[in-house]
Design a protein around this ligand. Structure first.
Ligand SMILES: [Zn+2]
Length: 146
């Protein structure tokens, strides 16, 4: 069901932890698996020098955040913005259809952290102007149950 890459990043995740005095922090969650993902960025001259994550969630969410951090580390913030969940899924050699939303979370968490960095530095990031990382298509489901 899960590729070797997924199992590898789940059992041995890269870049786990947090960064003190991070330049950007992004936190997102999804209601479907209850995954919560937090991304910390250290940015220097618009380049992501360091990135760490903390994910409380399912194995796919952990594997997605692990590989996503590897994919943007050392890249410029503009390159990192182009990271899509599709690229994350491809890098993991696929995810079961029911788990694709966990890779969406990784994309959103990185974008949320980049947006936080941009806000703190008065930057406008192209493509993030109307990005709303709090929008969750399943958000309403949760409230219906309350
Ligand atoms: Zn999940």
């Amino acid at each position: 069901m899960y590729s070797e890459k997924v199992m590898d990043h789940f059992t041995n995740p890269r870049n786990v932890g947090e960064i003190e005095n991070a330049d950007g922090i992004g936190e997102v969650g999804n209601a479907r698996c209850g995954d919560i993902m937090k991304i910390y960025l250290k940015v220097n001259n618009d380049v992501i020098e360091d990135i760490k994550f903390k994910t409380f969630g399912c194995g796919s969410a952990i594997a997605s955040s692990s590989i996503a951090t590897e994919m943007v580390k050392g890249k410029s913030i503009h390159e990192a913005l182009k990271l899509t969940n599709k690229a994350v899924v491809e890098a993991l050699d696929g995810l079961p259809p029911a788990k694709v939303h966990c890779s969406v979370l990784a994309e959103q968490a990185i974008k949320a952290a980049l947006l936080d960095y941009a806000k703190k530095n008065n930057l406008t990031l192209e493509g993030l102007e109307d990005f709303d990382f709090e929008a969750d298509p399943h958000h309403d489901d949760v409230h219906e149950e309350e």
